[in-house]
Write a new protein. Structure first.
Length: 478
């Protein structure tokens, strides 16, 4: 155990040392080449935009913390995107028994992972309601034999359609639902969470909000999972925690049943960014969605680079699809507050979509700069020297991103997870640059579907096993 703790410290220090050596040597060996302030700014665009966004979100998160600063019960008010104490006055801040709620999920061919699912949700089995989304294996049979509730009419509706059908079958007295993915695990009080599900639901029901999102973390599992663990920590503990009551739901979220019924009634029923679409629909109607990171759920990240790539292609295809199709609703949401306008118009619409091609150019310049520095160290005139290939561009970018990553590590990543994510912090710029590739493919898929009725890359969201794929390709769902 002592060896593991020592290694968790030495590993990131070794990587940082190697990175520092690279910076010094590349600068020392770089020949006098042209330097352009304009090219430097474009090449470092990713660093600048991420740094400004991170600083702004830290400020907004701090405002939420300060609003609840007088509250001593941190388990009720920490890691929240709203001031729950203002909604639940001091004389009412107690654990009110939660009204009936259900845990619901759409499942498809889960037989290979059924034992893990039943172990994870065994303590909640009386609350679990499942619907088979056209499973063709023995999933439904095994669940029913084990005493689980599972509806099955042999129809594949895909997740939004299946959940809408399941909601119609729930008993009328159930007011709240927790939508889950079958591969998640709810973390207990001694395993990351500071409250249990009952208290989460009680607070949520008293808040009057339409939906609430817990924190999702990645299970430790290899080198790629370290990047995703750091990414998810920032996305939830900085991203969603800064969004007050106009946050975004995820694959694991709590909904007021009437709100989810309304959202799915207006939903396109596409699996692409279905949670983002739910959030846009609800927020555009004036509903509130908040983040409550006191409850933690975990999931396994894509185990391979190919699976990760396919997942991200689907994510960004869904992002541009929902954003363009529901832009009028996005505009309504942006009027709620200045920061809502920043997030939905400037960040999502501008930094994520509108200037994507500029980010592609930025990534290309950083790659050329890196190759030029490598050439200066190990090779001899392999990369032509010039204004576009100055090694200082990449050196400045990775040095700045390292500083940003270290700040993020100590301000946004839980202490228990820092030793796991720390070794990849010096390399996180490489992950951010690599991310641009599936983003580009996802956006290209969207335009290719619109123009040519076919995709340039077949992501796993459109498995041939799903019957509605053919309809989507024909333009019936898109």
């Amino acid at each position: 155990m002592k060896f593991l703790r020592t290694w968790s410290v030495l590993a990131p220090l070794a990587v940082c040392g190697l990175l520092a050596g690279w910076i010094v040597l590349s600068l020392a060996n770089a020949r006098a080449v042209g330097f352009s302030i304009f090219v430097f700014a474009v090449a470092n665009l990713i660093v600048y935009t991420d740094a400004v966004d991170f600083a702004l979100r830290l400020y907004m998160r701090r405002r939420h913390t300060a609003a609840a600063g007088g509250i001593t019960d941190s388990s009720r008010n920490g890691n929240l995107s709203i001031n729950l104490a203002a909604i639940l006055p001091p004389d009412a801040r107690r654990v009110v028994p939660a009204s009936p709620f259900a845990i619901i999920a759409s499942i498809f061919n889960l037989e290979d992972h059924l034992d893990e699912f039943m172990r994870a949700f065994g303590p909640y089995r009386d609350r679990v309601w499942l619907i088979s989304d056209g499973s063709t294996d023995n999933t439904v049979l095994r669940l029913r034999q084990a005493g689980w509730r599972c509806f099955d009419d042999g129809v594949n509706r895909r997740k939004p359609g299946a959940l809408r059908c399941l909601l119609e079958r729930l008993p009328v007295h159930i007011e709240t639902v927790m939508v889950i993915d079958p591969d998640i695990r709810i973390r207990g009080l001694n395993d990351g969470s500071t409250i249990d599900v009952d208290q989460f639901v009680s607070d949520f029901q008293q808040s009057g909000a339409a939906a609430a999102c817990p924190r999702i973390m990645i299970e430790p599992d290899g080198f790629l999972a370290r990047f995703q663990a750091f990414e998810y920590a920032l996305a939830f503990r900085v991203g969603r925690e800064s969004l007050s009551d106009f946050s975004i739901t995820s694959g694991v979220s709590f909904y007021r049943r009437s709100a989810l019924t309304r959202a799915l009634g207006e939903h396109s029923l596409s699996v692409y960014a279905e949670d983002f679409e739910n959030a846009v629909i609800l927020l555009s109607h004036g509903e509130r969605i908040y983040y409550d990171g006191r409850l933690v759920v975990s999931t396994e990240g894509p185990g391979s680079l190919q699976r990760w790539f396919s997942q991200r292609v689907g994510w960004y295809h869904g992002l541009i699809k929902v954003y363009t199709e529901r832009f009028s609703e996005v505009l309504r949401i942006s009027r709620r507050s200045p920061f809502a306008a920043y997030h939905y118009l400037v960040y999502v619409g501008g930094l994520s979509l509108a200037i994507h091609l500029v980010k592609v150019v930025s990534a290309a310049l950083l790659l050329l700069s890196f190759l030029s520095g490598l050439d200066a160290l190990l090779l001899d005139d392999f990369v032509p020297l010039g204004t576009l290939t100055n090694p200082e561009y990449f050196t400045a970018a990775i040095s700045s991103y390292l500083a940003l990553g270290v700040i993020a590590l100590f301000t946004s990543v839980p202490k228990a997870e820092r030793s796991y994510t720390a070794p990849i912090v010096p390399l996180y710029l490489c992950y951010a640059i690599t991310h641009i590739v599936p983003m580009t493919v996802g956006f290209a898929n969207f335009f290719a579907l619109k123009l040519f009725r076919r995709r340039i890359y077949q992501d796993h969201y459109e498995s041939p096993a799903h019957s509605s794929v053919a309809a989507e390709k024909a333009g019936l769902l898109e």
